[in-house]
Design a protein around this ligand. Sequence first.
Ligand SMILES: C[S@@+](CC[C@H](N)C(=O)[O-])C[C@H]1O[C@@H](n2cnc3c(N)ncnc32)[C@H](O)[C@@H]1O
Length: 235
Amino acid sequence: MRTVASTSSAFLNRIAVLPQAPVNGSRVPSLTSLFHWTDPGPWGERSYPGNCSGRLIRDLLRYFEPKTVFDPMTGSGTCREVCSELNLLCTSKDIRFGFDACDESHYDPAWTFDFVWLHPPYWRQKVYSADKRDMSTAPHLAYFLHRYRELLSNCVNVLKPGGKLAVLMGDYSDRHAGFVPLTYWTKRIAFERGLRQACTDIIRFSHGATSSHRVYRSSFIPGLHDTCMVFERPN
Ligand SMILES: C[S@@+](CC[C@H](N)C(=O)[O-])C[C@H]1O[C@@H](n2cnc3c(N)ncnc32)[C@H](O)[C@@H]1O
């Protein structure tokens, strides 16, 4: 059967019914493994490439109740603004302001945090700058993963025992590299670094992604989500 763009457009905006979540003692009952909200909230700038919903960050911070937060790849400042609303201390950095999160020498040896929010580039899906230290400019996958290992090591080193590292990452694919399972690599490197997973993966529906509005001649299964993985530094 031939499928044409007009046929597939009939599938747009269909409503999916979510499974019922069990009642439990969570402080944030709306936070489940399916993050489906369409309204990103007032935090950060929607126009910033890769901007993410502050609601997910807010829900995680209300759930885990850290006192200090580190956001090494702040982009438009979504996490910083959420922290300010929740009256949490947030140290917010980005390569845009000269801070290379992959370089240990950029870290203050006195830093320790209860919670790290990490939203790195999904390799070259969006290129943020021409800076060679920007992870989105990594010329090949091996170099990107080398930088990712450095990044996760640095984040682990500033986490207090029992502290949480939440990483939002999406898989990537293109014609040259094929399908690159960056969520797999995130877990593999996190476990190599001695972290353990603190809770279920949170599948974030990609509402508003620019790629959703494009028409492609090639055939593939569209990825409509990214994944938030929360790790814990053992005591
Ligand atoms: C996915 S965006 C973060 C978007 C952010 N969560 C928001 O809501 O606006 C990734 C960010 O990582 C930054 N970045 C890339 N390489 C970096 C590096 N080596 N050190 C620090 N920041 C880096 C980019 O400048 C970009 O702002």
